[in-house]
Ligand binder design. Structure first.
Ligand code: HEM
Length: 195
């Protein structure tokens, strides 16, 4: 068991993903994520593992600089940023960076993807940390964030002397992985039967 509060990956409290591993295989094919990408994601693991806090400083800085994004981490009534919400989510976000670079696409991973989707949606937002925040991360922002998240990661991938080709391939693999993950997270936002 992990000692990160609220990180329930691989535990029985996480419900089964409505998306099957077979569906997920097809999604991988749709985004052109193959074995080579898995190799490059895992190559990135050694780079990102020592840089998680610096990466999160950039990402949290980005969210914090845009009031419409920060609103999702702020009090529902007073609109003030909630430190007791931002901090525990950041710990799980750190773990997510490592999990993404491990690229271990098994049932437990798929199930936790669904859980992360629910936690952005009104079904489960705020519940893990007991946060008095807004009810929903609006879907319109979820997808858009894939670009800043991956683009600002790129310099980190390049800072340890890997070839330009390796950096490019690690970057592409991260973009594909984030596209897949955010698509999985979209499930609760999509009308029944339309996913
Ligand atoms: C939670 C990643 C987009 C707001 C999380 C977590 C991760 C994550 C890893 C923690 C999941 C866990 O509990 O284990 C991402 C990524 C995004 C994205 C990769 C886009 C590519 C957004 C956007 C917002 C947002 C656009 C709005 C500002 C939140 C909030 C939580 C959260 C409020 C806490 C949810 C809760 O109450 O449990 N996100 N996120 N996220 N994210 Fe995102």
């Amino acid at each position: 068991m992990s000692n990160i509060p609220g990180y329930t990956h691989g535990t029985p409290v996480v419900s089964r993903s409505p998306v099957s591993l077979t569906d997920f295989e097809q999604m991988k094919a749709s985004v052109l994520l193959g074995e080579e990408d898995v190799k490059y994601l895992r190559m990135s693991h050694d780079i990102v593992k020592g840089r998680v806090e610096a990466i999160l400083d950039v990402w949290y800085g980005f969210v914090g600089s845009q009031p419409h994004l920060l609103a999702s981490f702020s009090g529902k009534t007073d609109g003030k940023p909630l430190g007791d919400y931002l901090a525990p989510v950041r710990k799980r976000f750190a773990q997510w960076i490592l999990d993404t670079s491990r690229a271990q696409y098994d049932q437990a991973w798929l199930d936790y993807q669904h859980e992360i989707g629910l936690r952005h949606h009104r079904v489960k937002k705020n519940k893990t940390d007991g946060a008095p925040s807004t009810d929903l991360v609006p879907f319109r922002n979820l997808f858009a964030l894939i670009f800043p998240v991956t683009f600002t990661l790129r310099p980190f991938l390049a800072e340890q002397g890997h070839s330009a080709e390796d950096v490019e391939k690690m970057y592409a693999a991260w973009v594909k992985s984030c596209l897949l993950q955010v698509t999985l997270w979209a499930h609760p936002y999509v009308k029944d039967g339309d996913f």
